[in-house]
Design a protein around this ligand. Structure first.
Ligand code: 1HE
Length: 265
């Protein structure tokens, strides 16, 4: 399954794996990659498949936009309790991504809107190209976030900015998004996927235990009080440092066989 370039077509989310990185591409460009139930199901199975065979994930979108968010055509038909289950299902799928065994890198361009931003926020690193714009138009549509946005996007940018975005429906460009912590990188138009792949390939070479600790321990510790955080950190630290892989990597550095930390480019 790890063959370079091996592909497996899903209808609405394509899956390919190359050099240990699974690339999940939202593939519904005619509807601007709106997240229908079908898209969420395909995303779920792609995330599950990546757990077994990839060391990092890249999520990107086909066409001119990353994602227009919730499929508004499907939304209208739900009863209140169906709406609760729908939202909880998104939570489950996005949790699988955020609490994945391997890190996820979002490659963003064009609209990163509503549920599209919630999906991006469940990834660990976001790379936006200059065409990217972020928005939370839920207020103008008469609805609310339901894909974990009030928790994840709110923690990323802060509740005041998120409140403003939801009340006014304003769009935030890539640079502003970077300043607001909605993305960690801004690259020229058309280069987000390549940059995300480069970063994912780099992260894929880390010790799996370190990557697991980074993506699973950090958000949990962030939700804890200081004392609990320090306590949990000491255990995660001791567990990772005594793994055989850590010992080999530390020895490699001391024997001058490992790369030094590079100066910023
Ligand atoms: C859609 C959707 C959608 C496009 N659901 N069909 N999201 C929104 O409120 C964003 C709504 N979409 C837009 O504002 C624009 O489509 C875009 C700025 C993203 C892109 O504009 P553009 O000019 O490239 O495309 P378009 O012509 O508006 O859309 C092309 C087609 O996609 C068109 O369908 P067609 O049959 O007329 O060709 C659109 O109707 C369709 N389309 N976006 C369904 N979102 C778990 S809670 C999460 C809550 C939310 O995500 S709220 C945010 C919803």
């Amino acid at each position: 399954a790890q063959q370079s370039g091996a592909t497996m077509d899903r209808t609405l989310v394509t899956y390919e794996i190359a050099q240990d990185v699974a690339i999940l591409t939202l593939n519904r460009p005619e509807k601007r990659n709106a997240l229908s139930d079908h898209v969420i199901d395909d995303l779920e199975s792609g995330i599950a498949q990546a757990q077994g065979e990839a060391r990092a994930i890249v999520i990107c979108g086909n066409g001119d936009h990353f994602s227009a968010g919730l499929d508004l055509a499907e939304h209208a038909a739900r009863t209140p309790i169906e709406g609760v289950h729908h939202s909880r299902h998104w939570h489950g799928v996005f949790d699988k991504l955020e609490q994945s065994a391997v890190p996820a890198f979002a490659a963003l361009h064009g609209a990163v809107v509503g549920g599209g931003l919630e999906l991006a926020a469940a990834c660990h690193v976001r790379v936006a190209d200059e065409t990217t714009f972020f928005a939370l138009p839920e207020g103008t549509r008469g609805i609310f976030v339901g894909g974990g946005g009030s928790v994840r996007a709110g923690r990323l940018m802060g509740v005041a900015r998120m409140t403003d975005m939801m009340l006014t429906g304003r769009s935030v460009d890539a640079r502003q998004g970077e300043a607001w912590n909605l993305c960690q990188y801004v690259v020229p138009a058309g280069e987000a996927r390549a940059k995300a792949l480069e970063l994912a390939s780099k992260a894929a070479q880390n010790a799996p235990m370190s990557n697991y600790a980074i993506i699973n321990a950090l958000p949990r510790i962030n939700d804890m009080g200081r004392g609990d955080g320090f306590f949990v950190e000491s255990f995660v630290s001791a567990m990772t440092a005594t793994s055989p892989e850590a010992e080999a990597r530390l020895r490699a550095f001391l024997e001058k066989r490992a790369a030094k930390v590079a100066r910023p480019e």
